[in-house]
Ligand binder design. Structure first.
Ligand code: ADP
Ligand code: MG
Length: 248
C-alpha cells in the first residue's frame, strides 16, 4: 500500500478546471519532484493535499486512511489527523513577521502539544535550528534575515511538528540565485535522511540529483511520470520535451 494514494483528483475555480484528473502514488521515502509550466496546477495540487483548498472530486488516502473518497470527505477529525501528518514550505517563506525565529518554531508547536513543557520545546527548537544552520539567529526577527535564512527557518518550523511528509512549493524561486544552494542543501539533507517529500521546483539539476520520481504537470494533468533518467534523458511526451528545452 502506498503511503499516499491520489486518484482522479479534481479541482475547479468556478468554470476553470485547474486539476482535471490527477493520479499518483507516494511511497515512504520517495522524493517526488513536480515540474511544469506556471499555471499548470502544481501549487493547487499541494494545497489540496494539505487541506488549504477544498478538493472537488476524487480520492486521496494517506497511510490507508481516506481523506476524501470519490469526492466525499471523511469527518473533519479524520481530515485533520491526516493533514497533521504533512508539513508545507511555501515560496514566500510565510514566517510570522512579528515573532522571533524561536517563537516562529515554538508557537505553532505549543498550540499542538500543550502537554510538552517549555524546556523540551526549547530543546526541540534548538536541535532543528541547529540542523538548518540557524541556531545563531534564534532571537532574530524574520526581517533581519536573508531570504535563504528565512526559508531555512520555515523548513525547521515545519519539521517541529514531526511531519511524515514534507510538501515544498517552489522553495527557492523567491531567492536570489546565490541563496538557493543553502536551501537546496537542507532539502538534500532531508532526502538523505529518507524524509518523504513532494517538491515543486524549477531547479532541474536538483530534481535530477535528488528525486526518486518526477511528475510533469501540464494544464491540470500529469502528462508524464518517471525516473529522473526517463524524464530528463528520454522524455516521451512532446509537451515534456518542449518544457524541458527551456532549461537547457
Ligand atoms: P502553478 O503552481 O502550476 O503555477 P497554480 O496551481 O497556482 O499553478 O494555478 C493553476 C491555475 O489555477 C491558474 O490558472 C491560476 O490562475 C488558477 N488559480 C489558482 N488559485 C486560484 C484561486 N484562488 N482562484 C481562482 N483561480 C486560481
Ligand atoms: Mg505555483
Amino acid at each position: 500500500m502506498p503511503f499516499i494514494s491520489v486518484k482522479n483528483l479534481q479541482k475547479s475555480y468556478g468554470a476553470l478546471d485547474v486539476l482535471k484528473d490527477v493520479s499518483f502514488d507516494v511511497e515512504k521515502g520517495d522524493v517526488i519532484a513536480v515540474i511544469g509550466s506556471s499555471g499548470s496546477g502544481k501549487s493547487t495540487m499541494l494545497r489540496c493535499l494539505i487541506g488549504l483548498e477544498q478538493i472537488g472530486g476524487g480520492t486521496v488516502s494517506v497511510d490507508g486512511d481516506d481523506m476524501i473518497r470519490d469526492g466525499k470527505y471523511s469527518s473533519k477529525e479524520q481530515v485533520k489527523s491526516i493533514t497533521a501528518k504533512m508539513g508545507m514550505v511555501f515560496q514566500n517563506f510565510n514566517l510570522f513577521p512579528h515573532l522571533t525565529v524561536r517563537k516562529n518554531l515554538e508557537m505553532p508547536y505549543r498550540l499542538m502539544h500543550r502537554e510538552v513543557d517549555e524546556a523540551q520545546t526549547h530543546a526541540l527548537c534548538d536541535s532543528l535550528l541547529q540542523k538548518v544552520g540557524m541556531l545563531p539567529k534564534a532571537d532574530a526577527m524574520p526581517a533581519q534575515l536573508s531570504g535563504g535564512q528565512q526559508q531555512r527557518v520555515a523548513i525547521a518550523r515545519a519539521m517541529m511538528l514531526s511531519p511524515e511528509i514534507m510538501l515544498f512549493d517552489e522553495p527557492t524561486s523567491a531567492l536570489d540565485p546565490e541563496l538557493t544552494g543553502e536551501v537546496l542543501g537542507v532539502i538534500r539533507q532531508l532526502a538523505k535522511e529518507h524524509m518523504t517529500m513532494i517538491v515543486v521546483t524549477h531547479e532541474m539539476s536538483f530534481a535530477r540529483d535528488v528525486a526518486t520520481r518526477v511528475l510533469f504537470m501540464d494544464d491540470g494533468l500529469i502528462l508524464e511520470e518517471g525516473s529522473p533518467e526517463e524524464i530528463f534523458q528520454q522524455p516521451k511526451n512532446q509537451r515534456t520535451r518542449e518544457f524541458l528545452s527551456n532549461f537547457i
